[in-house]
Design a protein. Sequence first.
Length: 82
Amino acid sequence: EAFSKNLKLGVHEDSTNRAKLAKLLRYHSTKSGDSMTSLDDYVSRMDDKQPGIYYITGESKRSVETSPFLEKLKKEGYEVLY
């Protein structure tokens, strides 16, 4: 978490190391609880019927966790990154 801003910036600005840096990124999700998950782990948990990667952004973790936009996706059993 201490380097998260630098990693995110590096993914955008360092095209040579973008793929390596992207593997280090971690996200909160609707199924990860208080821990964070990698994109690879998220994809490995995706249901075969899930059509894509779902994510939501917002002002705070709390605001996206309680967003009404998540209700339908949660009902479908889809995991959403934030």
